[in-house]
Design a protein around this ligand. Structure first.
Ligand code: MG
Length: 245
């Protein structure tokens, strides 16, 4: 019985290999018609794509709270929201996992401080993994903490910073980490980032929570909010949208 089974497996495999090697006679034989991708209308200019969740369009902070779940009180002005130093982080009410994120930020035009003290903020995916926001236009700091770093883990491929006072963009593709039932990490988070249209993080694996002190490690979690950091500097944000993947 075992021999017959092995024979069948070998015969089938040989057939498949031979078939794959056979020249295909018509183009239709390699066409796939299902599934049909859903239609998405791309945004014009600052508009979000039609299937995106708009998290901030300049008019209100309805989609955001502070870290205690109370109304977010950062400063709303001129279609932008600016860190109100001392009030703490703000975060989305909605929780996210895998996503595509678009966010624009502006460093203060009045330049003050140096290294990590100049225009510091941050964008935390799932509330845990910081994509650094910093003014690194003529500002030296440690490379794994500069603009576009995955904080203290991944140095950006290049420094694509614009001048302070100019609007800049991050476009992010993020895959959430996957955990086993015991809480052990099975697949790390992955992140790709374009800064002002320039690739700066190319599908890098995140090592765990982005820590200020000590080494990163994972602890099991589910979907999480998008969090913006109050690091005491007047960094502004606008046009924030996200697509769940
Ligand atoms: Mg930061």
């Amino acid at each position: 019985m075992k021999k017959v089974f092995s024979f069948v497996v070998v015969a089938l495999t040989s057939c498949m290999i031979l078939n794959a090697q056979q020249p295909q006679k018509n183009p239709e034989s390699t066409e796939t018609w299902e599934p049909v991708p859903p239609i998405v209308t791309p945004g014009e200019g600052p508009q979000a794509p039609s299937d995106a969740v708009v998290l901030f369009n300049g008019s209100n902070l309805d989609q955001w709270t502070n870290s205690k779940g109370e109304a977010a009180t950062w400063t709303l002005e001129g279609g932008a929201v600016t860190v109100k130093p001392g009030t703490g982080t703000i975060q989305t009410k909605q929780l996210f996992g895998d996503c595509q994120l678009h966010i624009e930020f502006r460093e203060p035009s009045v330049v003050k401080g140096e290294s990590q003290g100049r225009g510091n903020s941050g964008i935390f995916l799932q509330g845990n993994y910081e994509l650094q926001v910093l003014d690194c236009y003529n500002n030296k700091t440690y490379s794994n903490g500069q603009t576009g770093s995955i904080y203290k883990q991944h140095i950006p491929l290049v420094n694509a910073c614009k001048k302070p006072g100019e609007w800049q963009t991050y476009d992010v593709v993020y895959t959430a980490p996957k955990f086993g039932e015991s809480g052990r990490i099975v697949t790390p988070a992955y992140i790709t980032v374009l800064h002002n249209g320039v690739l700066i993080q190319n599908h890098v694996a995140i090592w765990g929570h982005t820590e200020y002190i000590g080494y990163p490690a994972y602890t099991k979690h589910g979907k999480g909010p998008l969090v913006l950091q109050d690091h005491g500097d007047l960094v502004s944000f606008r046009n924030i949208w996200i697509r769940e993947l």
